[in-house]
Design a protein around this ligand. Sequence first.
Ligand SMILES: C[S@@+](CC[C@H](N)C(=O)[O-])C[C@H]1O[C@@H](n2cnc3c(N)ncnc32)[C@H](O)[C@@H]1O
Length: 281
Amino acid sequence: MIFIISDKDYEEIGPTAIVTAYPRIFTDIPYEKEIYHWLKSHCNENVILNKMLAPEIEARYKLINEILEKYKIKQVLELAAGYSSRGLVYSKKGYNYVELDLEKVSKNKKEILNVVEHNIPNNLNIISGNALRIDDFKNIESYLKEDEKIVVINEGLLRYLSFDEKKLVAQNIYEILSKYGGIWITSDVTPKKFIQSQNESLKNLNKDLSNITSRNNLNDRFEDEKHIRTFFGNIGFELVEIHKFSEIKDELYSINELGIVNDKIEQTLEDAIVVVMKVKK
Ligand SMILES: C[S@@+](CC[C@H](N)C(=O)[O-])C[C@H]1O[C@@H](n2cnc3c(N)ncnc32)[C@H](O)[C@@H]1O
């Protein structure tokens, strides 16, 4: 299938970055309260916010960090980084960090960082671009150190894309990892059973997301682990690790902060996963 990639087709996903930024204020993740404070006073997007999403969002953020640190690769490309503080945190730890998001979100992010952190580290680059477009990936390369491996991260992008669109993103990641070496860490392989338990634990969440974007579609979910392996295997990836969000349960500040005692939220953490992939030899 031949795609004409227009940024306009993806802009409706942008406001979901506020939906995921808000629950992080109930966590101990640095800078998130300041970031949300800026969003609250500068963006009048009409989005329904749900603090009960905090354990899930905190778990994926922290689990991805834990995996990132394990690999000891200090160069990161985060796709669809939204308003997450990860780039700021890791660039301050000395990582060469590149974030890619659509124009409006990237522009806001730069303004936010100028307010939150007066001196944005030189090794943090916020780039405007489309994760489906290979030319935008080529543009990113001018911010990368050629002789270093790279970790590609994305949380909260592929779930809004059709399988043909997911394939384009994965092919772009394949190209960059083939050249630099490294790994791809993502929580964006949400199997259908995760969405089912998310619907149980957060009754209106998916309905509210579908009101923000027409792209929150159950048909665009993976069936199960086998489906994930086959889909990415056909593009040239090997799945090397699978982690459940529940692995990080004891580190979830938001559960205490919000006094959450809820079996259904625990089930969601059990069904949601982060995977690590690398290019097949
Ligand atoms: C649910 S938000 C997730 C943001 C962030 N990763 C987080 O966890 O808070 C989805 C993000 O995907 C971005 N996005 C959507 N389509 C995109 C595309 N084609 N290329 C790059 N970013 C895209 C949106 O602008 C938004 O920031």
